[in-house]
Design a protein around this ligand. Sequence first.
Ligand code: APR
Length: 312
Amino acid sequence: MTAKISIIGAGMTGSTSAAWLAEREIADLVLVDVVEGMPQGKALDLLEAMPVLGKDVTLVGSNDYEATKGSDIVVITAGIPRKPGMSRDDLLTTNAEIVGKATRESLKYSPEAIFIVLTNPLDTMAYLTMKAGKLPPQRVVGQAGILDSARMRAFVALETGVSVENIHCYVMGGHGDEMVPLTRHSNIAGIPLDEYLSADKLAAIVERTRKGGGEIVSLLKTGSAYYAPAAAIAQMAEAILKDKHLIVPAAAYMQGEYGLKDIFFGAPVMLGRKGVERIVEYSLNAEEKAALERSAAAVKETVEALRKLISL
Ligand code: APR
């Protein structure tokens, strides 16, 4: 394999990302974690699954960043996950320290890598990665929008009985309860969602999507979602390595798009070999714009809280 992806944080999302990525057979994989033996054990377990899957992927686990040398992509999932009753923002202090270090250490060995950030609070951790690494905005993208949109798609599929492949949903905004599911831009095989579903049913789906992460946290009790977030990571990494110019919802650095500046925010972005190639701008009505502004205000608040913790 010529491409290499390193995943910092070999916990639930990190190791599940490795599993989904290995199935795609697009890169050799390295798992790094602070816990001794754990990344080594998980990488070996996954390596031993490759003959069964018929995939020629090498997997290595390490407690040392040297193993990540020459990575094309670095995925940051290191941090603490949410517990019941915690918001994503409650994770800020602990995760800021972990993500800052993960970025700087990774860059020592992979100065050209593109960073996909998953650690929460997502938009703020992506911002921190860009600042801590002094990276051009194009090389940092946060995973959230694919997940939030996939949740909405899954709920629409459950409600309608239509294949998930026919269901296209787009969620914008910060990865928090103020996220903005765009019902007007979502459709089932080209039929607008609001024509297919009653207003009540659609409103219930929007609400469940917004609270989708919390629903899983309260069921799991000891951690947060990892299968769907990790599947999204795999899709993003593949789009980058294969230079697909794939448009997906993800968190990118705003430089005037949607009237926003100097925050990471969920929007449709085009992913290719250089990272974020473009931020796509939907035409939005007044109601949608107001919802985005509320979501942006929530993200800005967390970025301000981060600034109080560390100088950026
Ligand atoms: N360097 C490397 N790994 C670290 C560090 C560090 N400084 N600090 C913690 N870790 C590791 C932990 O040892 C753990 O294995 O990060 C891993 C996180 O894994 P989990 O606790 O299983 O959490 P996970 O569900 O994967 O979520 C991680 O992603 O979705 C977000 O909100 C979630 O912020 C959380 C992150």
